[in-house]
Design a protein around this ligand. Structure first.
Ligand code: PMP
Length: 341
């Protein structure tokens, strides 16, 4: 019989899938690394597993302990499913811009969730950073993974995501594109791909960060944007700014339009940061095409898609929500007579 003894054993080893419709007219090969295939539905399962195992090994997390983390949802799911197996409690702190769907998911996994206001400074006592710090101080046996500063986040990507991409492309990956939130994915995966390709004929892998316009990574001042899970208003230490060779800023409107196309044209129901990363990958492919068509035809661009789209049905996949922000102007409502015409 072939079976896993627990769902958390299935973290990682996600597939690469070629994008064939949104890439029409481009000669580069664009491969999506589909992280919603992880058991918790996102790339964050990887860091959750590694951070918990490292904290157990160091003695920071002991039997009966409580995991307390400020998380917009995906890290929480990963932590919750690993914690269940190992018998820890979870308390998560989420900003109120996070969709209710995501909060409900965390509660379904048995976690307790505290919701805090988004419209306060990071150093306010009400901010999700401050509230989680207070919970860590006051709950006995509490441990805060702190994904923004925990080196085991990037390390998990150095050990798993990077080697998977290198192996699955037989070392032919030329470009890697991913969104930047805590920076863990780009730092660990990008660093591995740089290291392993450093002496390669044809040059090392070119690592590109995709960032919501307004975030600090692309030179913004932290002004609000609606894409969830990426961009920051401060510089987390999980992010090593020397890793990305380039950062491409993408607007909310472009990110959400592409997110909807990925569902409709590629059969991938994914989150908004996936649309954002794909827009950046396609801009890169267009630029390669314009600069050097022969090189573009040889390019293998891997773009990482962090999570699935089920948590965004009342936002990105709601025509009313999209229209309320001016992201959709055509009326897509369909009547029976349109279909029968
Ligand atoms: N997209 C989503 C939906 C996320 O939850 C995250 C994690 N914050 C990211 C992208 C970015 O990943 P990282 O934190 O590794 O930069």
């Amino acid at each position: 019989m072939k079976y896993a003894q627990h769902i958390s054993e299935l973290v990682g080893s996600t597939p690469l899938v070629q994008l064939t419709s949104v890439t029409r007219g481009l000669s580069a090969t664009v491969l999506a690394k589909v992280e919603y295939m992880n058991p918790g539905g996102s790339v964050k399962d990887r860091i959750a597993l590694k951070m918990i195992e490292a904290a157990e090994a160091s003695g920071e997390l002991r039997p009966g302990g409580t995991i307390v983390e400020p998380t917009s949802g995906n890290t929480g799911v990963g932590l919750a499913l690993v914690a269940q197996r190992k018998g820890y409690d979870c308390v998560f702190v989420c900003p109120d811009k996070v969709s209710q769907d995501k909060v409900d998911v965390l509660r379904a996994y048995g976690a307790r969730v505290v919701v805090t206001p988004t419209a306060v400074a990071p150093d306010s006592p009400e901010s999700y950073y401050s509230v989680s710090d207070r919970l860590v101080r006051e709950i006995p046996g509490a441990w805060k993974p702190n994904q923004y500063a925990n080196p085991n986040g990037p390390a998990s990507h150095y050990e798993s995501t990077g080697p998977e991409i290198w192996d699955d492309t037989d070392g032919r990956v030329t470009h890697f594109v991913t969104g930047v939130g805590t920076g863990g994915t780009i730092t660990g995966t990008g660093r591995y791909l740089h290291d392993v390709s450093a002496d390669r004929e044809g040059g090392p892998v070119h690592v590109v960060g995709a960032d919501p316009a307004g975030s600090v990574y692309s030179g913004g001042d932290g002004r609000p944007y609606l894409v969830e899970g990426v961009g920051e208003d401060f510089w987390p230490s999980a992010f090593d700014p020397s890793v990305p060779d380039e950062i491409i800023a993408v607007s909310d409107a472009d990110s959400f339009a592409m997110t909807r196309r990925l569902a409709r044209e590629e059969g991938m129901l994914v989150g908004g940061s996936c649309g954002m990363a794909v827009v950046a990958a396609l801009r890169l492919a267009e630029r390669l095409e314009a600069e050097d068509p022969a090189a573009a035809a040889q390019a293998v661009i891997v773009v990482l898609l962090p999570d699935g789209g089920r948590g965004y049905m009342s936002k990105i996949f709601s025509d009313a929500w999209m229209r309320s922000y001016g992201f959709l102007d055509d009326d897509e409502a369909v009547t029976a007579s349109d279909v029968l015409r």
